[in-house]
Design a binder for this molecule. Structure first.
Ligand SMILES: [Zn+2]
Length: 283
């Protein structure tokens, strides 16, 4: 994957080395619940974020350093985030709409305050609809490789594009739709939402190699790495690994096969119209 020639939009908020924000007291929980669900790339369910918020309350956010980071790992996130903005701006423009990118991609270490409660590394990368930010602890890239066996830069790019996919869903009202259809189980709204975010990551990949999409360069191995990552974060893969068995009723993200299938559907079509997982009869 060739990304170094890609554009850097600087929509990054760097909180690395800042430590977690302090808890804010006195804010009612009830009104927050609907908005304060985080969307992850694997494992943790929105229900679990809810319980974290009920225990801890919302947390204040320390503003990190804005702009393009100096280090290569930070620049990688900047280039991918910028490319997603270019791709989605073009898609929105084609139907006469204006795309509003995420408020920022936040880089943090260990824990940080978010509009969805305290973000923690163990959660993996996530999107918080309440503040419209993508949260990433870059130590996840090591975990992706060692724990999930998904290697290659493109696997990382897929994760970022998936989280930005959740942002697009937030703009489109898909999250509310998902919540009406249940947050757990193989046919749930949560699974449909996650598979759509995978499909959107595929749409990004299809267009990111074009000049309008940021001028990144991918090869066949990159797409294989992306599919490998989608498979590695499948509910069945993770459950088998952590519990030794597969429990479809507890699915929140879809199986490895489904995640690959929807990423590929987006990649082959290059069009979000191919991503309507909510009306798909079979996932
Ligand atoms: Zn997700």
């Amino acid at each position: 994957m060739e990304w170094r020639g890609g554009r850097r939009g600087g929509n990054i908020e760097d909180r690395r080395g800042m430590g977690p924000g302090a808890a804010v007291g006195g804010v009612g929980v009830v009104g927050l619940v609907a908005a304060a669900i985080g969307y992850f790339v694997f494992g943790i369910s929105p229900e679990q974020t809810l319980s974290a918020i009920e225990q801890g309350g919302p947390v204040s956010q320390q503003e990190g350093q804005r702009g393009t980071p100096q280090d290569e790992a930070g620049q990688f996130v900047d280039v991918i985030e910028t490319s997603t903005t270019e791709v989605w701006t073009a898609i929105y423009a084609a139907s006469g709409k204006r795309y509003q990118p995420p408020a920022s991609a936040v880089l943090y270490e260990q824990a940080t305050g978010t509009g969805c409660g305290t973000g923690q590394s163990a959660m993996g990368p996530f999107y918080c609809p309440a503040d419209q930010k993508v949260y990433l602890d870059l130590s996840f890239w090591n975990e992706l490789e060692t724990k999930f066996g998904a290697s290659g830069e493109f696997a990382r790019a897929y994760v970022i594009a998936h989280e930005v996919g959740h942002h697009v869903q937030n703009l489109e009202g898909a999250m509310q739709q998902a919540q009406r259809q249940g947050m757990r189980g193989e046919d749930s709204g949560a699974v449909r939402l996650e598979l759509q975010a995978d499909c959107y990551a595929g749409v990004w990949a299809a267009r990111a190699g074009t000049q309008a999409g940021g001028g990144l360069r991918f090869n066949a191995q990159d797409i294989t790495d992306g599919l490998g990552a989608a498979s590695a974060v499948g509910d069945d893969t993770i459950q088998q690994k952590t519990q030794g068995r597969v429990v479809p009723d507890a699915f929140t993200h879809g199986t490895a096969a489904q995640r690959m299938r929807w990423f590929r559907a987006g990649y082959e079509a290059g069009d979000p119209a191919a991503c309507n997982t909510f009306s798909a009869r079979s996932l």
